[in-house]
Ligand binder design. Structure first.
Ligand code: FES
Length: 111
């Protein structure tokens, strides 16, 4: 089971910590199941960059970055070394803590 903390760059949004999250879900799925609004224009198939987020902690618990994912990250707003696509960050078997920051999604509404 995982504990996952979501931070938000958008002003006015407070961090959310979720506990007892099962492996096998992507961070996009975890967000959506918990009413955290993370965009996913392509439906979670690594064909856009709207589910872009930053992984601050726990990247070892996530499925590895692929070349395809990296290509789409390059097109995201403000990519950083810690950038990932939420739909591609599958939680691997195990336990631990993961912490992410969601960019201010109002920057690319309608993309
Ligand atoms: S939802 Fe499109 S790449 Fe993740």
């Amino acid at each position: 089971m995982y504990t996952i903390k979501f931070n938000f760059e958008q002003s006015g949004l407070q961090p959310v910590t979720l506990e007892n999250i099962q492996p096998g879900y992507s961070l996009l799925e975890v967000a959506l199941m918990n009413d955290i609004d993370l965009h996913h224009n392509c439906g979670g198939v690594c064909a856009c960059s709207t589910c872009h987020l930053y992984v601050n902690k726990g990247e070892d618990h996530l499925e590895e970055l692929t070349d395809k994912e990296e290509d789409f990250i390059d097109r995201a707003v403000n990519p950083r070394l810690s950038s990932r696509l939420g739909c591609q960050c599958l939680l691997l078997d195990g336990d631990g803590n993961v912490e992410v920051t969601l960019p201010d999604q109002t920057q690319f509404l309608g993309e």
